[in-house]
Design a protein around this ligand. Structure first.
Ligand code: A3P
Length: 327
């Protein structure tokens, strides 16, 4: 890991003091700041400002963009395995693959994290050919950096009811141990209001959805639920989009299935690195296992009431009504 600049720059401090802010109690930082209509932690504001000034995407860049807890870890693993499959053997039983000993997040640089720590971070990748990068930033925040580039974006979204449950569990693990965990009701309410990290969820999704309709060669829009339901079909689509299509021979040899098995929830979550490993994230060290909980569709029914389901479905319908998007 590179040296971290813990202090905020004067520019960041000036910007922060001019932004709307809200107190939250489930995070290490205790405020969220609103920038371009989205809510971020102070470190992320510093990251986004620096990224907007300094990051210019290369034509060959592949950027995994997600709202948190929508399947980032899975999509990172799958994309990494696809684009590097001629260098690393994907069969889980055969030999060393970086995914067997590294948490997927550590195999590709996160723009948000790296720019919050550094003006000009080293975005060197494990990936052999294209740079495979990731971000949780909203699309508008990224536009200036990608507008002159032929880079591609891969977005994944998920039913917000499962997303909020996943997010709440994650925050409970990530949050400061000495602080009381926010109740699910409180977190759910803030999520519906959009005042959680990278929120509002619906605006985040819509930004990428609209661009995927307008520029389907530029943005691939995936859904967690569809990837679960028809993994082979979507993996083939993903590989084509990334520019690494499977040959007929590879399909016959079972390479698609090998990659799906390598990156499956059961396989990744049971690896030693993901069971007991830790990774440094900002001021905290988090357990790699925090990124693997249940990995199922519809888990919200175990946590939220029918009234909460109705409330969220109503928001989703209203927000997406004019855009032909259903989650
Ligand atoms: P749950 O909390 O519902 O289990 P992100 O990677 O964006 O942080 O999202 C985390 C969610 O994806 C968690 O959902 C996690 O369990 C699930 N997940 C992680 N790895 C996965 C995999 N390989 N396949 C399917 N789901 C996975």
């Amino acid at each position: 890991p590179r040296r971290r600049e813990n202090k905020f720059t004067q520019e960041t401090r000036d910007m922060l003091s001019s932004m709307p802010k809200k107190k939250v109690r489930w995070m290490l930082s205790d405020h969220l700041y609103q920038y371009q209509n989205f809510w971020y932690r102070a470190e992320e504001i510093q990251g986004i400002l620096r990224m907007q000034r300094n990051f210019k995407a290369l034509d060959s860049d592949l950027i995994i963009s997600t709202y948190p807890k929508c399947g980032t870890t899975w999509l990172k693993a799958l994309s990494f395995a696809i684009i590097n499959r001629h260098h690393f053997n994907t069969a889980t039983s055969k030999e060393h693959h970086p995914l067997l000993t590294n948490n997927p997040h550590l195999l590709l640089p996160s723009l948000d994290y790296h720019y919050s720590n550094d003006q000009n971070p080293d975005l060197k990748c494990f990936s052999v050919n294209n740079r495979l990068l990731s971000t949780h930033f909203h699309l508008e925040g990224l536009l200036e950096c990608i507008k002159d580039s032929k880079c591609k974006l891969i977005y994944i979204c998920r039913d917000p009811k499962d997303t909020v449950i996943s997010y709440w569990h994650f925050m409970a693990k990530l949050g400061p141990k000495n602080l009381e965990t926010s109740s699910l009701e409180e977190f759910f309410e803030k999520f519906c209001e959009g005042v959680v990290g990278n929120g509002p969820f619906w605006d985040h999704v819509l930004g990428y959805w609209k661009m995927s309709l307008q520029f389907p060669q530029k943005v691939l829009f995936l859904r967690y639920e569809e990837l679960k339901r028809e993994p082979n079909h979507h993996l083939i689509k993903l590989a084509q989009f990334l520019g690494y299509p499977f040959s007929a021979e590879e399909e016959n040899e079972g390479v698609v299935e090998e990659i799906l098995k390598l990156c499956s929830f059961d396989h990744l979550s049971n690896l030693e690195v993901n069971r007991n490993g830790k990774m440094a994230v900002r001021k905290a060290e988090i357990e790699c296992s925090a990124f693997f909980r249940r990995g199922e569709v519809g888990d919200h029914v175990n946590y939220i009431t029918p009234a909460m389901v109705e409330r969220m479905d109503k928001i989703t319908q209203e927000k997406f009504l004019d855009y032909g998007l259903q989650l």
